[in-house]
Design a protein around this ligand. Structure first.
Ligand SMILES: C[S@@+](CC[C@H](N)C(=O)[O-])C[C@H]1O[C@@H](n2cnc3c(N)ncnc32)[C@H](O)[C@@H]1O
Length: 213
């Protein structure tokens, strides 16, 4: 879904960084072999994630929702030399695909994969984080926030994807639409929590930046 008119969106993409060759390969293979390739962050959002990570220059990153590793590799671009990224996904079938691309990158040794339910795994990772990217199942976004906020270092950043949820956040809420309800509650939670300051950016499907005070 485009929130900008398509022509303007094309212009924005054309005047931003190009997608690295490895990520083009990863995208092609995701479309050939993996269900729901539409879940990929994509070239423009990928460059935004890379840029934010380079600005933060984190020592530790946590990512919820690895999928085929596209956003993992974008975020890894900003890591400190001895930094590490921990990335979680519930789908064990993706593990080998992810590792193949992680090892083709310069960040292979810095990327730690965790397979399983994020709700169970987050408490087991004995680390604090400078940057967190939330891009897993929407109904759990608020639960993820509560688990993560104590593990976020002061000045640390939470990036939350899909917070405009295809524009549904401003449409009348349908009865059984639990995902939209969850995203609405999550956006309110971020806005009202005094421990963070938050800006919602209308990038792609909506990307919120929250900074811990
Ligand atoms: C939108 S995709 C992530 C896309 C990826 N970040 C990217 O930009 O290419 C969401 C991922 O979250 C994973 N997921 C869904 N529920 C989860 C859970 N409870 N715990 C961990 N991962 C989960 C799915 O298996 C899926 O791969």
């Amino acid at each position: 879904m485009y929130f900008l008119p398509e022509k303007l969106d094309d212009y924005v993409v054309a005047h931003s960084e190009n997608e690295p060759e490895l990520l083009q390969q990863l995208t092609r293979e995701t479309y050939q072999k993996i269900l729901q390739p539409i879940m990929l962050s994509g070239p423009y959002q990928g460059r935004v994630l890379s840029m934010i990570s380079k600005l933060v220059n984190p020592k530790t990153i946590l990512e919820l929702g690895t999928f085929t590793g596209y956003s993992t590799l974008c975020l890894a671009e900003g890591l400190q030399k001895d930094g590490e990224i921990h990335t979680l996904d519930i789908n064990e079938e993706l593990e080998d695909f992810q590792r193949k691309y992680f090892n083709k990158s310069e960040f292979g040794n810095q990327i730690h994969q965790h397979i399983g339910n994020a709700i169970e795994i987050i408490p087991k990772i004995d680390k604090t984080f400078d940057l967190v990217f939330i891009d897993a199942d929407k109904p759990n976004y608020s639960n993820y926030f509560h688990l993560i906020i104590e593990k976020l270092n002061p000045g640390g950043i939470i990036l939350s994807d899909n917070v405009l949820w295809h524009g549904k956040v401003v449409e009348p809420l349908k009865d059984k639409d639990n995902s939209t309800k969850a995203v609405l509650e999550y956006n309110t939670l971020l806005k009202n929590d005094d421990r963070i300051e938050t800006v919602l950016l209308p990038i792609r499907d909506g990307l919120t930046i929250s900074r811990k005070k």
